[in-house]
Write a protein that binds this ligand. Structure first.
Ligand code: IVH
Length: 668
């Protein structure tokens, strides 16, 4: 009785989900939906035997995945060959048409800029969701995919027993902006673009966080052995009926074309209109519609012969330059930033562009009031690529790089061989002081929760914090001087600082913000010297002998530790109980101590990144190509032929996955 109530609730909730997220036409209120969901949650809690990974309750996530298992795709996930101009599209159309006696029709559709995903259903239940991976094997991210509300977990009874649906997981601009705003507030780096954000989100270990982030999906390919579809449009229509999110035909996201002119019209339309879409696309895809013709044309090793991608030119916009302002970084580096008349570009309003350094200003020959071309690369901040000289206003004045720090007024310096200007007032210039503290508490450094950048601003402005060690001296009363700081926020900040005392030495070293010592270098130095004291007394020669540490980094480390203020700061941090000695991480060893490995092929028990991590955690080093310095070629299935020959000719030892597992003591 109770079990059938569970079934009934699951069915009803799946249907309401579909109406809400796919059809955008809910038939019950949010409150009613929540009531049904809580009833189901309660019943499931008291009937663990009725667990179902596809229950609507699983949408909220909550499972923590340590490693995503690599699984072989039923059919390889190919990529598309690219075309960049009209002629290439015509060539593709003619080539495909030449292979057919009948007039072909073409599906022109958007090329979603997200993460490709393959969904596999058995008996109308979602059994697994794989990323593309290397095309042959992808990561099983099912737990995270189940949190995407528009993806059906169960299919209606007229769907086939076995079905594969492929498509793209994407971020809508609104969710992407909200995510970045939240990250900024929490002191985390912004995602450069929605694609990176989608890919990062799908690989998260905590599915509850994935659920909160609001990913979307759009499906564009269907495979089913037991249900042949006449053509691509029929297949898309069928999956739409089964509850999948598909491209909207009435919005022209997908269109049937009868000839080259139709296709070109579609491409021109979206080249113009793409900035009004609620998500990012990076081009269009043209496909042969007939399924029979698709199989006749077949595929090369890399891509199908029945489809091509068409890439739009990078989006550009022309807008006037209002002024150039100068930002001071935590190292004192001065970066010029262009303030622009706001303009739309790839779905966002652009107000600023980076200009990098003084040389760039010269090279662009920038004048105030100039109309400049801005383009977005992979970065968040767009860049100026060119000045439109034909539109330069009369008597426009040249942009001259500042000679004094815009914040503290110190005369700027530019060292021999460096492209950037620096403000030398390291301890008296507010943005540098604040920047160093923000870097120190950053998630990747000391990960101090409870303190954000606004808090840092206040602490520095009040004059009670000048350097990181000061944070640990703050009393309850001093915290109380801050705006909006009450018992709870004070406690959070103090707890956050206390917790940071267990952050490992390599991150303490990174947090100190020595120039040129990023995360990776900090790890190398920590491993090599094993303590702050040993590092602080190392000579230039000794530093340069650490693998991958060049003279520039060595010099910077040396300079840092010759300054008394820094030695004093380090001592204070030590007295506060921060980790100043290197400990091997849990599960780590030095079994492979100092040996260099090249990893190639596909593995059964590890993803490519996973096996590299295992090498490093056990003291080994990873190199990307086989050279005289390589000790082992760690070979999975399908090692690249050039790596194989090179390894053989250099006498590099061949190590199988099993041998490797035995070596590092994996038993299960
Ligand atoms: S069809 C056999 N249709 O583009 C290839 N792909 O560069 C089937 N993509 O890996 C792919 N939008 O991730 C197809 N409407 C669309 C697409 C699309 C985006 C992605 C897909 C593919 C990549 C190839």
């Amino acid at each position: 009785m109770i079990l059938s109530r569970i079934d009934a609730l699951r069915l009803a909730l799946h249907e309401h989900n579909r109406r809400y997220y796919v059809e955008d036409a809910p038939s019950i209120s949010d409150g009613e939906f929540d009531a049904l969901l809580s009833e189901l949650q309660e019943l499931e809690a008291s009937h663990p035997e009725a667990f179902d990974p596809n229950s609507p309750t699983q949408r909220v996530g909550g499972t923590v995945v340590k490693n995503f298992e690599a699984i072989v795709h039923k059919r390889p996930m190919l990529s598309l060959s690219n075309t960049y101009n009209a002629e290439e599209v015509v060539e593709f159309v003619e080539r495909a048409q030449a292979a057919s006696d009948e007039d072909l029709t073409w599906s022109a559709e958007l090329k979603y800029d997200g993460v490709a995903i393959s969904l596999w259903y058995e008996n109308r239940q979602l059994v697994r969701a794989l990323t593309r991976g290397d095309g042959l094997r992808g990561d099983d991210v099912s737990v995270n995919i189940r949190t995407i509300t528009s993806i059906p977990l169960t299919l209606p009874s007229d769907a086939p027993d076995e079905l594969e649906v492929r498509g793209e997981v994407i971020y809508h601009q609104a969710q992407f902006d909200a995510l970045n705003a939240r990250r900024e507030e929490e002191g985390q780096d912004r995602f450069a673009n929605p694609r990176n954000a989608a890919s990062g989100t799908l690989k998260m270990q905590d599915s509850a966080e994935v659920a909160r982030r609001g990913l979307s999906a759009c499906m564009y390919a269907v495979f089913s052995e037991d249900r042949p579809f006449g053509g691509h449009p029929e297949a898309v229509k069928a999956i739409e009926r089964w509850g999948f999110p598909v491209p909207k035909r009435n919005q022209r996201w997908i269109q049937t074309c009868h000839n080259v002119a139709d296709i070109q019209d579609f491409l021109a339309y979206w080249d113009r209109e793409r900035q009004h879409l609620p998500f990012m696309i990076d081009g269009a895809v043209i496909k042969v519609e007939s399924t029979a013709m698709q199989s006749r044309l077949g595929s090369t090793a890399k891509s199908p012969r029945w489809a091509v991608a068409y890439k739009f030119n990078a989006e550009k916009a022309l807008t006037p330059l209002k002024e150039v302002i100068y930002q001071v970084g935590r190292t004192g580096a001065i970066t010029p930033v262009a303030v622009l008349e706001p303009v739309w570009l790839s779905g966002t309003m652009v107000k600023r562009a980076s200009i990098h350094n003084a040389d760039q200003i010269e090279k662009l020959n920038l004048h105030l009031g100039d109309f400049v071309w801005v383009e977005k690369g992979g970065e968040i901040i767009p860049k100026i690529t060119m000045v439109e000289f034909s539109q330069r206003p009369q008597h426009a004045s040249r942009v001259n790089f500042v000679s004094q720090c815009p914040d503290c007024g110190s005369a700027l310096e530019r060292r021999e061989g460096e492209v950037q200007h620096f403000c030398p007032n390291t301890y008296g210039c507010a943005p540098q002081v604040k920047g160093r503290i923000e870097h120190f508490i950053h998630r990747k450094a000391m990960d101090v929760e409870g303190i954000g950048s606004e808090t840092v601003d206040q602490l520095v402005d009040l004059g009670i914090v000048q350097r990181p060690a000061d944070l640990y001296d703050l009393t309850y009363e001093q915290w109380g001087q801050l705006d909006k700081f009450k018992d709870k926020s004070i406690q959070n900040a103090m707890d956050g600082l206390n917790r940071s005392k267990s952050i490992p030495f390599e991150r303490v070293l990174f947090a100190m913000g020595i120039r040129h010592v990023g995360e990776t270098v900090a790890k190398k130095l920590a491993k090599h010297y094993e303590s702050m004291e040993a590092l602080a007394t190392a000579s230039q020669e000794s530093l340069e002998n650490v693998g991958d540490i060049g003279p520039m980094i060595a010099q910077s480390v040396l300079e840092y530790f010759t300054e008394l203020v820094n030695l004093h700061e380090m001592n204070r941090l030590k007295l506060h109980g921060l980790q100043m000695v290197y400990h091997l991480a849990e599960g780590a060893s030095n079994l492979l101590g100092g040996q260099t490995f090249v990893v190639s092929g596909v593995f059964n028990h590890f993803t490519r990144d996973g096996i590299k991590l295992a090498v490093e955690q056990n003291g080994g080093r990873i190199a990307s190509s086989v050279t005289g310095k390589t000790n082992f070629l760690l070979a999975g299935e399908g090692v690249g032929p050039s790596k194989r020959t090179k390894a053989e000719s250099l006498g590099v030892t061949w190590l199988t996955e099993e041998e490797f597992r035995t070596w590092i003591g994996y038993t299960e």
